[in-house]
Design a protein around this ligand. Structure first.
Ligand SMILES: Cc1cc2nc3c(=O)[nH]c(=O)nc-3n(C[C@H](O)[C@H](O)[C@H](O)COP(=O)(O)OP(=O)(O)OC[C@H]3O[C@@H](n4cnc5c(N)ncnc54)[C@H](O)[C@@H]3O)c2cc1C
Length: 434
């Protein structure tokens, strides 16, 4: 009989690492399996790390985690082809430890997190792909890996294998991936001397700035871009719904969108001279509340991106991944302590904990957002151009009186047939944000 564990965790991203760490810390016998050469080698993120979710698991993480910059300023820019209009929020409150958010580089961060998981006592095997779940009827009893004699057994298997979880689909826990529910994102890390970054973004020491971008940059597709400051590099990326790329295969490619973004007159000076260090593409599950599948059953649980736990409105994913990983692990620990078997009846406590947490509350709050955005492409085309056009009209001093300018602006909204729709759109957004 092959070796048996209390728990097998598939994947060593934020959700898998949090689950494996929490379980191992509690003294459970844990096997973690990762297909990458090392944890982080296959992982892609912007990346903003939200401190709270990690702090709940590793309170002193700031002592040795590879953190890039703590974020003191958040910018949101709406772009047209030549200009942007934006809001900047900078606060000195974000400049006082303990800091709330950091930029990170996932390859380094995941490696560090994994070292903590192993210190806690979990056994990690890399360069090994779990090919399928071993089922005894409806009950998951282990996994089969792509190694000789690769069958391993456990009381519970935690699927932390990321978006597009083939394992969950094969086992029938997930439906096929819906291109309307996932974004395809590409990003680059551009190396740049620290002093240049500090000067361009008006920051000192390890202060950081992040910029979220929307508008014509996505060429009418539902999506956004981003530009984040790291210690001695910048991360720039753009992502749009996979369904939009598929529907318009000749219009553009993710790579072309990113190249266009890099050449935008408001972006190009910020990244000028940057030397490309890394290029990556990845999917992001953005279906929200209605796309979350069944996340537990007899002997199995789903955490992180595999369960679609991403809040696209607030651009949060890694914190939901860590929180779901922790709640799944705590459910298993409590069940073990009570001597219960890992049946669906026992593991439903995980779903109850999720419902009580910010994870499901936030996803529920924005449950209509995917539908509203996906059915309103003009939010990403017409409105950005109208808003930047209005700013240009108003701020150009050319002897035209302001009343006439106001009429011109209203006229441009009318011409775009958006004037009456504006009230309806505002109402739709208000309802979806409420
Ligand atoms: C471009 C981009 C930018 C993002 N920016 C942010 C951000 O700024 N902030 C934020 O909070 N979130 C962000 N996210 C989302 C965030 O990256 C994810 O929500 C998070 O990584 C999910 O963690 P996870 O552990 O569930 O999955 P992953 O990080 O995808 O980890 C899954 C792991 O499982 C392994 N694996 C998969 N299948 C198998 C198998 N069969 N056998 C063994 N191993 C397997 C993979 O190699 C991988 O290591 C971003 C995502 C992208 C793509």
């Amino acid at each position: 009989m092959a070796e048996k564990f209390d728990a097998i965790v598939v994947g060593a991203g934020p959700s898998g690492n949090t689950a494996a760490y929490t379980l191992a810390k509690a003294g459970l016998k844990v096997l973690q399996i990762e297909r990458g050469e090392y944890p982080g080698s296959k992982n892609v993120q912007g990346a903003i790390l939200y401190a709270d979710a990690l702090e709940r698991v590793i309170p002193d993480f700031r002592d040795d985690a590879p953190l890039e910059r703590h974020i003191i300023e958040q910018r949101v820019w709406v772009l047209d082809d030549n200009s942007f209009i934006g809001t900047h929020y900078r606060s000195d409150d974000y400049n006082k430890p303990p800091y709330n958010r950091y930029t990170i580089i996932r390859a380094q961060f995941d490696k560090w997190f994994s070292s903590k998981v192993r210190e806690a006592g979990a056994l990690l095997i890399c360069e090994t792909t779990v090919e399928e779940l071993l089922m005894d009827g409806k009950r998951c009893i282990g996994v089969r890996c792509d190694r000789k004699g690769g069958e391993v057994y456990a009381d519970v298997v935690i699927l932390a294998d990321g978006v597009n979880s083939t394992l969950a689909r094969k086992a029938g826990f997930h439906p096929e991936l819906d291109a309307g529910n996932v974004a395809l994102a590409v990003k680059e890390i551009l190396f740049m001397p620290e002093e240049v970054i500090q000067q361009r973004f008006n920051i000192k020491g390890e202060e950081g700035v992040v910029i979220e971008l929307m508008g014509t940059v996505t060429e009418g597709m539902v999506g956004t871009g981003f530009l984040y400051t790291n210690k001695d590099s910048l991360t720039i990326g753009v992502g749009c719904m996979l369904g939009d790329f598929k529907a318009n295969p000749l219009r553009t490619t993710p790579y072309a969108l990113l190249e266009k973004l890099k050449k935008h007159p408001s972006i190009a000076p910020l990244i000028e001279g940057g030397e490309m260090k890394e290029y990556a593409a990845h999917l992001i599950p953005e279906g929200g509340f209605h796309a979350v599948p069944q996340v537990y059953g007899d002997g199995w649980m789903i955490v992180g991106d595999s369960g679609g736990f991403v809040n696209a409105v607030h651009r949060e994913g890694s914190n939901l991944a860590m929180t779901t990983g922790r709640l799944a692990a705590e459910t298993v620990i409590a069940a073990k302590a009570a001597g219960q078997e890992m049946s669906a009846k026992t593991l439903r406590a995980y779903k109850a904990a999720l419902d009580e947490s910010f994870v499901m509350k936030d996803l529920h709050k924005y449950r209509d957002m995917p539908k509203v955005l996906h059915s309103s492409p003009h939010f990403f085309t017409t409105y950005p151009s109208l808003v930047t056009g209005a700013a240009k009209t108003m701020f150009t001093v050319d002897g035209v009186d302001k009343k006439t300018k106001e009429r011109q602006i209203f006229g441009s909204f009318k011409a775009a047939r958006r004037w009456r729709g504006l009230v309806g759109d505002a109402f739709k957004l208000w309802r979806a944000f409420r």
